[in-house]
Write a protein that binds this ligand. Sequence first.
Ligand code: CA
Length: 226
Amino acid sequence: MIVEDEPAVARGVQVALQREGYAVTVKPTGEEAVRSFPETAPDLVLLDVRLPGIDGFEVCRQLRRESKVPILFLTARADEIDKVVGLEIGADDYLVKPFSVRELVTRVKALLRRAYGELADSRTSRLLRRADLVIDLDRRRVTRNGDRIALTTTEFDLLRHLAGSPGRVYTRGQLLELVRDYDALEQDERTINVHISHIREKIEPDPAQPRYIVTLRGVGYAFAEE
Ligand code: CA
């Protein structure tokens, strides 16, 4: 999750991380970040200090009450850095603006590795193998028994999230949060049903009897455990 009110910065960071295979959601205010945090359940938060409304420090404090999620601060000024480093507000790392995309990606990977261990390491997690499916996170390609399956950006990101945690149930709201920023369709939770049905048509041997993505009625979707 990126919390940043400057659209150009937010967009640049979003594109850089999506290119690395991460699903990214952008929140332009601290209030929105805090409100959507439980639903979105991000693996990492990139947090700008200067925001309209509550500032990044306050967002960090509020998130820390409920979560140990890695938080990487984006700071612009020396006095902000002092505060991030000096006060025990629970930040894990910080970057000083302007920063390079390469530096950002390096820090993000390092934080994810520290927080989630080998699973987050690019050398070990770039291929997801699930039964007959292989999901190549670097090339954003999916094959079934070696046959290439063409998915849209949204479909790919939904699939990689679901397949990344077999058995974990995602609500439609959570899945919508994951794809909201680059999905141009009219957005409500039914959008997710449409995407899931398209994914099933492409990956399931029998879309009427899905074996990969299962529906939990009244709850959401999960990728089947093997
Ligand atoms: Ca700002």
